[in-house]
Design a protein around this ligand. Structure first.
Ligand SMILES: Nc1nc2c(c(=O)[nH]1)N[C@H]1C(S)=C(S)[C@@H](COP(=O)(O)OP(=O)(O)OC[C@H]3O[C@@H](n4cnc5c(=O)[nH]c(N)nc54)[C@H](O)[C@@H]3O)O[C@H]1N2
Ligand SMILES: Nc1nc2c(c(=O)[nH]1)N[C@H]1C(S)=C(S)[C@@H](COP(=O)(O)OP(=O)(O)OC[C@H]3O[C@@H](n4cnc5c(=O)[nH]c(N)nc54)[C@H](O)[C@@H]3O)O[C@H]1N2
Ligand code: SF4
Ligand SMILES: [Mo]
Length: 895
């Protein structure tokens, strides 16, 4: 068992995004962990973003799942393992292998992933294993495979720095791949001719840095890139030699592109011809172009076509696999790429081999020592949960993902799991929306407690290393899977003593009968010793036997694709409409995605007060024109709905939104807000090629949420249950902050306040809290401050309108134990200016401080703001927001 390694620095990898930054973790004797960027890691060279920097705040045991449980009762590992193995075996015996499924994650390590895939495809004998990567990368995988014959990311991070034009399509890189974005910004600072174009319906933080932002109509990327291909042809910018030597299918793709043309592109994207032409000309005349794309491309019913429309333009210009050029699908999760390498999707085999290829199946079966091998694709995520709903799947094991929040049709998913005879969930946390519907809970060791490898967007394989003892009885995922395999009778083929054994087998499989026929080859690691695995340096694949140099590799500059004729395939991509287009009843397009400082369903980032400060509440970004039309006031509450579900979130009225489209982050799970699980409204329409759901586009309606009262509270102890129609909870340095609203009209506000704050009732003998209050019933304004032992333990502000109390000031007031009356006044005195909403999480610098500095003229750019306030000088994640504040301040002067 791993002991906490105190005092020494352990080199590991960040567990969040696909940039895959190297992290130095130093567990100190007092139980805290110091986190810094690893200067030697090729992905980040010492940099970290706000989430990476705050990793130390997410390692406490609060809320962790510490013991196995069956039906809510603690059991031993033996009992739990046996229950899982027996129920799976029995279900298979009675209903066949297709009646069971695994739903896994790009957040488990390659070794975990490899043997989950092996157990299902080689031993249970069905391909019913799919992963949350279906919601994330499946369209890129499908697009790559159609064009290249295999799922290859051709380039490397250096390409972004060496390019003269970087096109960011459906990627909010500044918030979602922050360190890569910082590398890009540093390159542009060094080289003024590096142009950046952002293609996104919203003016994101990323777009504020762009030389050109194209706010296209949601879902219209195919038309935009068809128009580009036609233009490249007309402008004579094609590489005819490359097309002739290394590709096929060009004519059909070009014909389709001309059919769309500039006119079609304008009509479908809603962009005007001069804007499109500017982009087309720039692309045509710039040799070194990198096109980065992410979920605005993948999460669409035309996701695969969007990918191929982009790849077509790079293939047609021969701009692929050479320094500073190429298409670049950036991956989201820390091990999205590792999952693709082990073949974790229901339509893949392992090591980039094909499920439908008998020769590949034979290779995998022999290296795995497997009795059977799945020979047809299993169910893809959305279909898998539909099969759970209609009883075709009777036992499912979910690992490292939270589908009750993150899958589309989320309420249907919840009901399906509630009705499923046997649901196993391996997670690090006890209470998630998914653990709540599990029959068996298996405690997984978390980041810092487990060992293995991950692969980042640039094909770099890095070690994650343990520096903490596992929490409670938690075990690493690979071991949990291995033990279940043993209990199902597969001891011999799962005789792994540790992750190094699994990694060796994975490397051996990658090189078995390969001889350059497959891109993924890490044969150099096939005989890696345990010691060499322990000290393995980050490296980029391919690394066939005998290769050990570290220079970045690229694919396809000289062709050599993995199709039968070794030629790339152009794909003709006719533009299609989204599956759910707005209509009279549901007139707006719901776009969803991420914010800077939270990670997915918040199971880890919500532990960090620093990260919870940036945006503390679920919100809907809405254009001022739409807000006016639908009678939505800034900062009021909005009910978003369609026929699948409804949510209540805060209005963020902003010009950054595209008229007709709204944006809601999908982070706020049931633990953090009353009713903000936005995936309840997201439809299950999928891309016909990739099976990836269209999580960026659902038709919805909005209206004001009619609250009788609004509230804001700060409490020192986490409230067990909050009885209000609307609430959103966030951790602070001193306790918790809660946004509230209700439709009830309490007669006794004192009693209601005690209920809301979780305080014992008045007259209760044990009650040693006293409440100071102020009420103006006519104005609907009530204020309460609760004291215990002379300390403020809670404060509640109630108003008819959204409460206009300075949040940060109130939190600080509790922290410093300031005077009672000032607290009830709800706003700082003149001697204590309000910093406003926090922009820089590293140094807690608020929007008001930055704006004051800008309007006073003492700072005119991001660097000067940094020099005075330090904001933006550590992790740099907030630099785009500082830049926006500067731009906004400049705007009125310019007009
Ligand atoms: N802070 C933070 N970072 C993360 C994550 C996180 O949860 N939080 N998650 C990680 C993961 S798993 C992933 S997959 C990545 C995702 O990283 P991104 O893909 O950058 O993030 P998203 O916010 O999902 O979506 C990106 C953008 O697509 C735009 N978009 C929507 N529809 C369209 C369209 O039709 N066309 C175009 N061109 N754009 C469109 C949205 O407006 C949005 O700004 O982030 C990773 N990094
Ligand atoms: N509407 C909408 N929906 C989306 C998206 C979107 O943009 N819009 N994006 C999609 C994308 S790209 C993604 S990647 C998914 C992400 O969606 P999820 O994968 O559901 O999100 P997470 O919150 O990261 O869930 C990971 C779970 O694993 C647990 N965990 C953490 N570490 C470990 C570990 O080591 N072992 C185990 N066993 N468990 C662990 C965490 O506590 C958490 O419960 O969401 C998808 N859903
Ligand atoms: S960019 Fe941030 S979240 Fe992504 S790997 Fe690096 S530190 Fe982690
Ligand atoms: Mo993702």
């Amino acid at each position: 068992m791993t002991q906490t390694v105190t005092g020494t620095t352990v080199r590991t990898t960040c567990p969040y995004c696909g940039v895959g930054c190297g992290v130095l973790a130093n567990a100190t004797a007092d139980g805290t962990v110091a986190i810094t960027g690893d200067p030697a890691h090729p992905a980040n060279r010492g940099r970290l973003c706000s989430k990476g920097t705050a990793l130390g705040e997410t390692l406490d045991l609060d809320g962790r799942l510490l013991h196995p449980e069956i039906a809510g009762k603690r059991v031993s590992w033996d009992e739990a393992t046996r229950a899982v193995a027996d129920t799976f075996s029995r279900t298979i015996a009675e209903h066949g292998p297709d009646a069971v499924a695994f739903y896994v994650s790009g957040q488990i390590l390659t070794e975990d992933y490899a043997i989950a895939n092996k157990l299902m495809k080689g031993f249970i004998g069905t391909a019913n294993i799919d992963t949350n990567s279906r919601l994330c990368m499946a369209s890129s995988v499908a697009g790559h495979t159609r064009a290249f014959g295999t799922d290859t990311v051709p380039g490397c991070y250096e390409d972004l720095e060496e390019a003269d034009l970087v096109v960011l399509v459906g990627s909010n890189t500044a918030w979602c791949h922050p360190v890569l974005f910082q590398r890009l910004m540093a390159a542009r600072d060094a080289r003024a001719n590096l142009a950046i174009v952002v293609i996104d319906p919203r003016r994101t933080a990323t777009a504020t840095f762009a030389d050109l932002h194209l706010p296209l109509a949601p879902g219209s990327d195919v038309a935009l890139f068809n128009g580009l291909l036609a233009h490249l042809h007309d402008a004579g910018a094609l590489d005819q030699d490359y097309i002739a030597a290394h590709t096929e299918g060009f004519e059909a793709a070009l014909e389709q592109a001309h059919e769309t043309g500039l006119e079609g592109a304008c009509a479908l994207t809603g962009l005007d011809a001069p804007a499109l032409r500017r982009f087309y000309d720039l692309f045509a005349r710039t040799e070194r172009v990198v096109t980065v794309y992410s979920q605005g491309v993948n999460q669409s019913t035309s996701g695969s076509d969007k990918v191929n429309a982009i790849l077509n333009c790079h293939l047609a210009t021969g701009r692929i696999g050479r320094p500073g050029m190429g298409p670049f699908s950036v991956t989201g999760q820390p091990n999205a790429m590792g999952g693709r390498e082990v073949g974790g999707l229901a339509n893949q085999l392992a090591c980039h081999m094909e499920l439908e290829n008998p020769a590949h199946r034979a290779i995998v079966q022999s290296v795995w020592r497997a009795p059977v091998i799945a020979d047809k694709p299993g169910l893809k995520a959305v279909d898998m949960f539909r099969a759970v709903a209609d009883g075709r799947i009777r036992a499912i094991w979910i690992m490292g993902t939270n589908p009750v929040d993150s899958l589309p049709e989320a309420d249907l998913v919840r009901r399906a799991l509630e009705a499923c005879p046997f649901v196993v969930v391996s997670d690090v946390m006890h209470d998630t929306d998914t653990t709540q519907v599990a029959d068996v809970l298996l405690p997984a060791a978390g980041w810092g407690e487990k060992d293995g490898t991950v692969t980042n967007s640039a094909r770099q394989i890095s070690r994650q290393r343990a520096f903490l003892a596992p929490a409670g009885e938690a075990r690493p995922d690979w071991r949990i899977i291995r033990d279940v395999a043993h209990a199902m009778g597969f001891e011999e083929a799962f005789d792994y003593a540790g992750p190094a054994d699994i990694f060796r087998e994975h490397a051996r499989l990658s090189t078995e009968k390969n001889d350059g026929t497959r891109d993924f080859d890490i044969g150099a690691c096939a005989d890696i010793t345990n010691d060499a695995y322990a000290t393995l340096e980050p490296f980029q694949w391919p690394r066939p036997a005998g290769r050990s140099d570290g220079a970045p590799t690229r694919f396809f500059a000289q062709g050599g694709f993995y199709t039968p004729r070794r030629r790339a395939r152009f794909i003709a991509t006719p533009p299609k409409q989204s599956a759910s287009t707005p209509n009279d009843a549901f007139p707006l397009v719901l776009n969803t995605g991420r914010i800077r400082d939270h990670w997915h369903t918040m199971t880890r980032t919500a532990k960090s007060p620093r990260l919870s400060r940036h945006i503390a509440e679920p919100f809907i970004e809405i254009h001022p024109k739409d807000a006016e039309y639908f009678d939505i006031r800034p900062a009021s509450l909005v009910r978003v709905a369609n026929r699948y579900g409804a949510a209540v979130v805060r209005a963020l009225v902003s010009n950054a939104a595209r008229p007709g489209a709204v944006f809601v982050p999908f982070h706020w799970a049931g633990q953090w807000a009353a009713n903000a699980r936005i995936n309840a409204l997201v439809t299950g329409h999928t891309d016909p090629v990739s099976g990836q759901p269209e999580t960026k586009s659902a038709a919805v309606s909005i209206r004001p949420f009619e609250a009788a009262w609004h509230g804001f509270a700060i409490v020192s102890d986490k409230p067990a249950k909050i009885e209000a129609d609307y609430w959103a909870l966030a951790k602070t340095e001193v306790g918790w902050r809660v946004e509230l609203a209700g439709t009830d009209t309490p007669q006794d506000w004192q009693a209601r306040a005690r209920g809301l704050l979780g305080l014992p009732g008045e007259g209760n003998d044990h009650c040693n809290t006293d409440i100071v209050s102020f009420s103006d019933a006519r104005a609907g304004r009530h204020r309460f401050a609760a004291f215990a032992g002379g300390r403020v333990v809670a404060a509640l502000f109630i108003d008819r309108e959204p409460v206009a109390v300075s949040r940060n000031w109130a939190i600080e007031h509790i922290q410093t134990g300031g005077n009672r009356l000032a607290l009830l006044a709800g706003r700082p005195g003149a001697d204590m200016p309000d910093p406003g909403a926090i922009v820089c999480s590293c140094f807690s610098i608020g929007v008001n401080q930055i704006c004051d500095l800008i309007t006073s003229g003492r700072a005119t750019n991001v660097a000067e703001v940094g020099a005075v306030l330090k904001a933006g000088t550590n992790c740099g994640s907030c630099r785009s927001e500082i830049r926006s504040l500067i731009d906004d301040a400049r705007l009125p002067q310019a007009m």
